[in-house]
Design a protein around this ligand. Structure first.
Ligand code: ZN
Length: 451
């Protein structure tokens, strides 16, 4: 498909993290790539028979990246809220998840994908059961995403999860990727971590760059993670090393490297941050979920200028309770300033970096998170003719609007991999109707089974 996108402004970071601002921009898309970006008057010379999207009221930005979620958990949204993490998981979520079937996950993930797209998110990274169903939901909604079956020692087979991940990785012409998702240090034994790590490191040495797999894990989320991890390992008759932090634990067992993608990193010290930085570990912070579950907040103000591969996640929609990255952006832009009595930290520009190119770096996915030439064509057009986005006078005011004023309701068009997926605020209403109905039915069924 060949498209030309027109806007009032374009705003994006290139892969070297340099901010670009173009007035009266045009973007030319051929197949799945951006082949030209510049002033509309310049790029229009190359236009022959391209379909046109956008107008002179639109801000063009890269599709947003949700670096850590559990997509199909839309099924559990609004159920068992206002509880601590361990009670929420053990007494409510896990019992319902035991009754999940493939179709439940498909519809839950499809709802999550539609919700994400409508809020300008074009790439998600999900860790969840029935990853083939999540991949199918991502494929069917024309989104981009990573999936991964969560490995929990004693519950599922590591080798089988590895084979599912390798089969799904780079499917749908590269639009779907997979991770090996080792759930957490308190649910996966040390020996499973070590075995999976050896496999991944050996495999990554031998394959092409985009075929390399990441290990995705929750890390340093609960405050007593090490105590829980030690107890879990001892119960499985495994030794547990003498370490001071979850980052130390990963270092000790050989996982602190560029193929480790961690979610959360709340309870970490300055020394831990230096180790994450030195070893190029990938980090996704999930501050809304951390707040809601009372897990404290990650030291994002200290990570933001140190960690190169750093992005934002919503976490699952049952612990947030939306998949809207704008909620997270606004929260981090405001929360740390209030907490630390410092209005100069987590600047608007930094939130834009985190939600776009930072997230792409964290997911190790080249070509997304930017509008530079040869990027994959994941583009969002934002209608600036809105009361809450007026006036727009400069690139700084647009960055401020991104961090403090936007909420997703202004997303007019969404393009993923060169295809127009949301057109003029609209996703296929017949599909939405069916998905809403199915999820409602399936959640009621799961609640009934639990009783
Ligand atoms: Zn999570």
């Amino acid at each position: 498909m060949e498209l030309v996108i027109r806007g009032k402004y374009a705003l994006y970071f290139s892969s070297d993290s340099k901010l670009h601002f173009i007035e009266d921009p045009g973007i030319i898309i051929e197949q799945d790539k951006i082949v030209n970006i510049g002033k509309y008057s310049e790029v229009k010379k190359d236009i022959v028979g391209h379909d046109k999207v956008g107008d002179k009221n639109q801000l063009l930005i890269p599709g947003l990246i949700n670096g850590h979620t559990h997509l199909a958990m839309t099924l559990f949204r609004g159920i068992a809220d206002d509880l601590p993490l361990n009670i929420w998981l053990q007494d409510h979520i896990w019992p319902m998840e035991r009754n999940l079937n493939a179709e439940d996950v498909y519809y839950g993930a499809k709802l999550g994908a539609i919700e994400s797209l409508l809020a300008g998110v074009t790439t998600i990274n999900s860790m969840y059961w029935y990853p083939e169903e999540e991949a199918k939901a991502i494929k069917d909604t024309l989104m981009r995403g990573m999936v991964g079956p969560p490995v929990i020692s004693g519950m599922n087979n590591l080798k089988k999860s590895l084979s599912i991940a390798t089969n799904l990785h780079n499917s749908e012409k590269g639009r779907i990727r997979a991770t090996l998702s080792l759930h957490s240090p308190y649910t996966v034994t040390i020996s499973d971590f070590v075995e999976a790590n050896e496999y991944i490191l050996n495999r990554n040495q031998e394959c092409e760059d985009e075929d390399k797999l990441l290990i995705h894990t929750h890390l340093a989320e609960p405050e007593d993670e090490l105590a829980q991890a030690k107890k879990f390992n001892l119960n499985k008759n495994e030794d547990f090393p003498d370490v001071n932090s979850s980052i130390d634990l990963m270092e000790k067992i050989g996982l602190l490297h560029e193929y480790l993608l961690t979610a959360h990193c709340i309870h970490i010290s300055r020394e831990d941050i230096i180790k994450l930085q030195k070893n190029k570990v990938r980090v996704i912070v999930n501050p809304l979920s951390n707040s809601k579950l009372g897990n404290h907040m990650p030291p994002l103000d200290k990570m933001i200028r140190k960690i190169e591969n750093l992005g934002l996640g919503t976490d699952g929609p049952a612990s947030n309770n939306t998949l809207n990255v704008f909620d997270t952006v606004r929260y981090i832009a405001l929360f740390y300033k209030g907490l630390l009595s410092d209005p100069e930290i987590i600047k608007a520009k930094e939130t834009f970096w985190l939600a776009t190119i930072g997230g792409a770096k964290a997911l190790r996915w080249k070509g997304i998170g930017s509008l530079e030439q040869d990027s994959l064509a994941d583009i969002v057009t934002i209608d600036l003719k809105k009361p809450h986005l007026t006036p727009t006078i400069s690139s700084d005011s647009l960055l401020s609007h991104f961090a403090y004023s936007m909420n997703g309701s202004e997303i007019k068009n969404v393009i993923v991999n060169g295809k127009l997926v949301i057109k003029n605020y609209d996703f296929d209403s017949i599909i939405i109707e069916k998905v809403l109905e199915e999820v409602e039915k399936k959640t009621l069924k799961l609640l009934k089974k639990e009783e």
